[in-house]
Design a protein around this ligand. Structure first.
Ligand SMILES: [Ca+2]
Ligand SMILES: [Ca+2]
Ligand SMILES: [Ca+2]
Length: 357
């Protein structure tokens, strides 16, 4: 309205002023009625997109100075600090704060009942060197011990990751551990297992046999051992080292040196000793899409043997660490859960997406 009024005024003015047949008109790209003093034409009539005013020093914006606005994909009023646009006013779906550490659009799924895990490590402590178990065996096995400084606490979390995760980083020149100081006999003799968790890999480099994700193997003998393989796949050893197994997943784990939020990958590994003589399955999902079954393999390994090792996350346990530190996971890990049941796909998706208590 303001522009139109000026235009009419100036046009009528020039028409009635023969002594000033041409005047300067200034470009107004952003349409705020103020023109760019550096872009002008002389004309007897007002060109479209030009105004008489020449006071707009930022003609790409309808305001003097743009402000940052942050995407709020989950609609909780808190914005994603990593998803920024500059604008004069908040566009739809954006807010003026950057307080959302985990801002992801809703994913359509139907939550189903999930058995309680024996062990659930949410890594939400954010301080000290104790990682609490909130699973059904929490009374007997309250916590894992963590080495000081590395892994470090991080507030970089996946979509259902609570407040914190742990970051092993990429250097393995000391023993950086999250492990059980006592043996856990309940992890022996199992015939059904599901292990779920989130990983955010920062360096696609592996020690011999793979980098440990979750493990209670006794030095290549009894136990269970999920490893990250160079290239982005998982491999699993059941009562043997993983590199004796051909049960290797597709390369679904991405690598990002900064460990950006979009690099989190959810995994689930299920094992059923009695399904067709032994079956292993891999599932993967991420922050923006729900988990699906990647692959299944025959795995006739029987029940987990009785001579297992200590439980460890992200590195060898004490039975294996004499082989060296280089099998450490290179990045962040969160929300590790161990079940004595085989979860279905719907249950796996529920674990992936449901906000964890
Ligand atoms: Ca303007
Ligand atoms: Ca939000
Ligand atoms: Ca967490």
């Amino acid at each position: 309205m303001y522009i139109a009024l000026i235009g009419i005024t100036m046009v009528s003015c020039t028409k009635t002023n023969p002594w000033n047949p041409k005047q300067a008109w200034y470009e107004d790209k952003d349409g705020d009625g103020r023109g760019n003093p550096l872009v002008f034409v002389y004309s007897a009539i007002q060109p479209v997109g030009y105004v008489a005013d020449n006071t707009d020093n930022n003609d790409n914006l309808p305001c003097e100075e743009a402000s940052p606005f942050y995407a709020d994909k989950d609609g909780d009023g808190l914005g994603d600090p990593n998803d920024i646009i500059m604008a004069c006013e908040a566009p739809p779906g954006y807010v003026d704060n950057a307080d959302d550490k985990s801002d992801f659009a809703p994913i359509d799924y139907t939550p189903v009942p999930v058995p309680e895990p024996l062990f659930a490590y949410n890594f939400d402590e954010g301080q000290d060197t104790v990682v609490h178990n909130s699973g059904s065996l929490a009374t007997q096995y309250d916590a894992l011990d963590m080495s000081a400084n590395i892994p470090s606490w991080s507030d970089n979390v996946p979509r259902s990751g609570g407040t914190h995760s742990v970051d092993f980083g990429t250097k393995y020149d000391t023993y950086n551990y999250v492990h059980s100081s006592t043996m856990i006999p309940e992890l022996a003799g199992m015939t059904q297992i599901t292990v779920t968790g989130w990983v955010n890999n920062k360096l696609d480099e592996t020690g011999s046999g793979g980098n440990r994700v979750v493990s209670w193997i006794n030095s290549g003998h009894d136990g269970f051992d999920i490893v990250y393989m160079k290239g982005g796949s998982l491999n699993t050893g059941i009562n043997q080292w993983p590199d004796k197994s051909a049960a290797i997943s597709s390369a679904k784990i991405t690598t990002n040196p900064l460990g950006s939020a979009s690099n989190w990958v959810f995994f689930a590994v299920t094992y059923d000793a009695n399904d067709n003589g032994g079956t292993l399955k891999y599932y993967f999902g991420d922050n923006v899409s729900k988990a699906y079954m990647d692959n299944e393999f025959p795995y006739p390994a029987g029940p987990i043997g009785q001579g297992i090792g200590h439980l460890a996350i992200g590195q060898f346990n004490q039975e294996c660490i004499h082989y060296g530190y280089q099998r450490m996971f290179r990045g962040l890990i969160d929300q590790v859960k161990i079940y004595d049941k085989v979860l279905t796909l719907d249950q796996v998706v529920t674990v992936q997406l449901q906000t964890q208590p």
